[in-house]
Design a protein around this ligand. Sequence first.
Ligand code: A3P
Length: 321
Amino acid sequence: LRGADEKTPEKYAHIISTLPKKKGWANDQYRYQGFWYSGFLLNAVMSVQDNFKARPSDVLITSSPKSGTTWLKALVFALLNRNLDDPTSNHLMLTSNPHEYIPFLEIQLYAKKQIPNLDVMPSPRLLATHIPYSSLPESARDSGCRIVYISRDIKDVFVSLWHFVNKVRHDMKEEISLEKAFESYCDGVSIYGPIWDHQLEYLKASVVRPQCVMFLRYEEMMEDPLSEVRRLAQFLGRPFSEEEEKGGVVEEIVKVCSFESLKDLQVNKVGELQLEMMKMKNQLFFRRGVVGDSKRWLTPEMIGRLDGLTESMMDTFGSPT
Ligand code: A3P
């Protein structure tokens, strides 16, 4: 039962009613602690902030949507569940979508009316969130739990997100136009936007607290997955042994988690993810999986504008992407 002074959906509704509001791509978005959310999502974010207590042994996968979260989930799960005899045999990986075995705190667990009891989950708990670093529950920043962030070229994220949102809303009357979506995106008014602040916050945290926060880049993982997966394994406290290296375990994990392998799994071809508000086809999480796809969709002006914004957001830490 909730205590008398705990935040309740009514209190959340009151807070939301006081927030700055703008029309987003499809519905109203509210600015909360510097970032934009739909009302439904924001309720869940506030519930995570009030109720989620991180354990030092937790592993939190974090990202801005469409940055490669699904891929990172598969990799982290494979790395932490491997055994020498058969490093990628875990049947869950072959029969489930990564969002089933590593759920999002706010989109899946705390989006339900009932507050979930995550105390019953055995350690290490593998969880995910798109919540910005500064809005994470205090325990997630202070407990010493491991946080892995994946960032991606902002232009590719935009194009991936635009495709994804239109496919999710396929039964709606009209498609969201690229131009309209682009304008709001540049203004930062998109889900968990502005993405520049999102990436920079995690980048800074990874510099200040490198033992707890790891900042990965999609493009670097695509270019040299073996090295990046080795670094990730090290960060997670499960470096590859000599025996594993010799046995080709790193290569095997990279292969099982590759775009082609995941996309081809039966569960990702025909399965669906049950969310609180809707069912989502697993295949929507696997579109093209390439670097630089935005060039096919954006005009040179659009590319120049996004790159200009990214440059102007640079600070002493350098470019976030
Ligand atoms: P595209 O739309 O550019 O193809 P998220 O997982 O954060 O929702 O991000 C989805 C993006 O990651 C999509 O990008 C998707 O195709 C790509 N993706 C999914 N699985 C991948 C994998 N195993 N390797 C590389 N990219 C992957």
